[in-house]
Design a protein. Structure first.
Ligand code: HEM
Length: 536
C-alpha cells in the first residue's frame, strides 16, 4: 500500500513543504490573479485577432514553450523511487560514517534506475547496462552511490568516456539505432579496445536484460575507501543484492516486450510499490585491508576487474526498501543530480582513473542540464541538514541569505552574527601519500584484459553461455564492416576459442589465422607487447 507521509522520514517531510496540493483550489495565474477562463484567448470580436495584451494566453504558452530541459547525456531513460535504508550492525571498525553506525534510525533514500544508451523515450528492455544510483540523505549530508547493475566497466580511464559514448549512441548522421548496441560504430570501438573484453561478456549476458529493476544486483564498480574514527583506511567494493534474486528475460522476450510495452520496467516498479510489494536490496561490502592492496593478480584501481567473492566474501550490512513512488516525475526523478563526489566523512575515493574523471563530469554536466549553479537548492537535491556557506547569487537563487558579508577571511563581519566560518570537525580527505612523476600513461598492472573475461564466461551455465554466443552472433550479424567482425573474432579468440569458433560459424565466417588488427590487441597478460604497440 502506498505509504501516506511518513512522519519518521525527514526527507519526505521536507519535500512535503514544496509539494503543491491543488485539491479544492481555484485557478490563478503565476502572480496569483484568479482566472475565470483559460480556454478562450482575448480577441478583437469573437472572430477577430488575438490580442497581444492577453497576458493569460502569453503566460500559459510561454511556460509550455520552456517546459523541456536537456536529457542526461547518458542514462537519459530512468525511473525513480523513494525509500529507506536500515543498517543491521554498526560498522565502526571500518568507517566513521554516521549512517553506517546508526542502527536505530532509517536513512531516507532516493533511487534512480536507468538504461545508458537510449534517449528519454526509449524502450526499457534494450540490451544495455542499467544504472543503479542511490542517494542517502544522511545527517552528514548527501551520500550518492552511483553504480550500475554490472560490477565492471568498458574502459579504464575516464578520458575515453566521450569516445565510448559517441560509439554506443546512435550514429551521428541518421540517429540509428535508438537504444541498442547492434551497430558498426559500437563494435568498431570495442574491437579496438581490448580492455572492454570483460565488460562485453557481461553486456552480452543475461545481465543486460533484467526481468525487473527489483531483480537485479547493483555495484559501486570502483574500489572506494572506508575510514574509521582512528583514521585507519580499508578498501571497499559496494554491492546491492536484490531479495527477490537475480532474474532476466530472454532476447526474444525482450524484443516482444519492447514492442508491446516499452515502459515495462518503469511500470513494474511503479505497480509493485503501489501494491505494497516493496523492492528490497541488501547492501553488501567487500572489505579489503589496505595492506592487501597488491595481493591480487589484478589492480584494485582497474575498473575492468572485480574482486571475486570467493577471495573476499560480501558481508550484508543493511537493507534498502523502496516504498514510495515519486509525486512528480520531473521534479524528482528528472531533477535529481547524482554525483559520486557526494561523500560523507568515513568514505573516500581511490586513484582509479575512471573514478577520478567521473568526479569532474557529473557536476559539470548538471550545470547545463539543470540550468546553472543553484541546482542543489531544488527540493529533491537538498540535503536534510542545513546548508551554510559563502556562495551567493546565480540564476534562480532561492535562498535569501542574511548578513553583510559573504567572504573570508573577514574582520568586518566580526559583529555580524550571520558570518559563516569553516570550523573543525568537518570532512578531511584521506592523507594518502603520493610521490610521483607527472606522466600521461597507463599502469602495466592494468594490461591483462582477458583473464576475468574468461573467468566470467566460464562461470556461466550452458544455457547462459549459449545466450552470450547468440547475443554476440546477433549483434555482430548487424555489423556491416567485415574488418570489424574479424577484429571482434580475434578478440573473442583470446577469451574463449570455443566461443569464437561458434560465433564465427553463426556469422558464416572463418576464424582469423592471426589476430586481425593485432597492433591494437595486447597478447594476453603480456604488457610488453602492448607497450610496443603504443610506442609505434
Ligand atoms: C550518469 C553510472 C562512468 C559521466 C550516470 C548515471 C549512472 C552512472 C547510474 C545515472 C545517474 C542518474 O540516474 O541520474 C556510471 C558508472 C560508471 C560511469 C557505474 C563507471 C563505473 C562514467 C564516466 C563518466 C560518466 C567515466 C565521465 C567521465 C556521466 C554523466 C552522467 C552520468 C555525464 C549524466 C549525469 C546527469 O546528467 O545528471 N552514470 N557512470 N559516467 N554519467 Fe556515469
Amino acid at each position: 500500500k502506498k505509504l501516506a507521509a511518513q512522519p519518521e522520514n525527514i526527507k519526505t517531510e521536507s519535500l512535503a513543504q514544496h509539494t503543491a496540493d491543488a485539491a479544492g483550489e481555484k485557478m490563478t495565474t503565476n502572480t496569483g490573479l484568479p482566472v475565470n477562463d483559460d480556454q478562450n484567448s482575448l480577441k478583437g470580436g469573437d472572430r477577430g485577432p488575438s490580442l497581444l495584451e492577453d497576458f493569460i494566453l502569453r503566460e500559459k504558452i510561454t511556460h509550455f514553450d520552456h517546459e523541456r530541459i536537456p536529457e542526461r547525456v547518458v542514462h537519459a531513460r530512468g525511473s525513480g523511487a523513494h525509500g529507506v535504508f536500515k543498517l543491521y550492525k554498526p560498522l565502526a571498525e571500518y568507517t566513521k560514517a554516521g549512517f553506517l553506525n546508526d542502527t536505530e534510525n532509517e536513512t531516507p533514500v532516493f533511487v534512480r534506475f536507468s538504461t545508458v544508451a537510449g534517449s528519454r523515450g526509449s524502450t526499457d528492455l534494450a540490451r544495455d547496462v542499467r544504472g543503479f544510483a542511490v542517494r542517502f540523505y544522511t545527517q552528514e549530508g548527501n551520500f550518492d552511490l552511483v553504480g550500475n547493475n554490472m560490477p565492471v566497466f568498458f574502459i579504464q580511464d575516464a578520458i575515453k568516456f566521450p569516445d565510448l559514448i559517441h560509439a554506443v549512441k546512435p550514429e551521428p548522421d541518421n540517429e540509428i539505432p535508438q537504444a541498442a548496441s547492434a551497430h558498426d560504430t559500437f563494435w568498431d570501438f570495442i574491437s579496438l579496445t581490448p580492455e572492454s573484453a570483460h565488460m562485453i561478456m557481461w553486456a552480452m549476458s543475461d545481465r543486460a536484460l533484467p526481468r525487473s529493476y527489483r531483480m537485479m544486483e547493483g555495484f559501486g564498480v570502483h574500489t572506494f575507501r572506508l575510514i574509521n574514527a582512528e583514521g585507519k583506511a580499508s578498501f571497499v567494493k559496494f554491492h546491492w543484492k536484490p531479495l527477490l534474486g537475480v532474474h532476466s528475460v530472454a532476447w526474444d522476450e525482450a524484443q516482444n516486450i519492447s514492442g508491446k510495452d516499452p515502459d515495462f520496467h518503469r511500470r513494474d516498479l511503479w505497480d509493485a510499490i503501489e501494491a505494497g510489494a516493496f523492492a528490497e536490496y541488501e547492501l553488501g561490502l567487500q572489505i579489503i585491508p589496505e595492506e592487501d592492496e597488491f595481493k591480487f593478480g589484478f589492480d584494485l584501481l582497474d575498473a575492468t576487474k572485480l574482486v571475486p567473492e570467493e577471495l573476499v566474501p560480501v558481508q550484508r550490512v543493511g537493507k534498502l526498501t523502496l516504498n514510495r513512488n515519486p509525486d512528480n516525475f520531473f521534479a524528482e526523478t528528472e531533477q535529481i543530480a547524482f554525483h559520486l563526489g557526494h561523500i560523507v566523512p568515513g568514505i573516500d575515493f581511490t586513484n582509479d582513473p575512471l573514478l577520478q574523471g567521473r568526479l569532474f563530469s557529473y557536476t559539470d554536466t548538471q550545470l547545463t542540464r539543470l540550468g546553472g549553479p543553484n541546482f542543489q537548492e531544488i527540493p529533491i537535491n537538498r540535503p536534510v541538514v542545513p546548508v551554510h556557506n559563502n556562495q551567493r547569487d546565480g540564476f534562480m537563487r532561492q535562498t535569501i541569505n542574511r548578513g553583510k558579508t559573504s567572504y573570508g577571511p573577514n574582520a568586518l563581519g566580526n559583529n555580524d552574527p550571520q558570518q559563516v566560518k569553516a570550523a573543525d570537525g568537518g570532512f578531511t580527505s584521506y592523507q594518502e601519500r603520493i610521490e610521483a612523476r607527472k606522466v600521461r600513461a597507463r599502469s602495466k598492472s592494468f594490461f591483462d584484459h582477458f583473464s576475468q573475461a574468461r573467468l566470467f564466461f566460464n562461470s556461466q551455465s550452458e544455457p547462459e553461455k549459449n545466450h552470450i554466443t547468440d547475443a554476440l552472433s546477433f549483434e555482430l550479424g548487424k555489423v556491416k564492416m567485415l574488418a570489424v567482425r574479424e577484429r571482434m573474432l580475434g578478440l573473442l579468440m583470446q577469451i574463449d576459442k570455443g566461443l569464437a569458433t561458434q560465433v564465427a560459424y553463426n556469422l558464416g565466417m572463418h576464424l582469423p589465422k592471426e589476430i586481425p588488427g593485432n597492433r591494437n590487441i595486447p597478447a594476453d597478460g603480456d604488457p610488453a607487447a602492448y607497450q610496443s604497440v603504443q610506442a609505434e
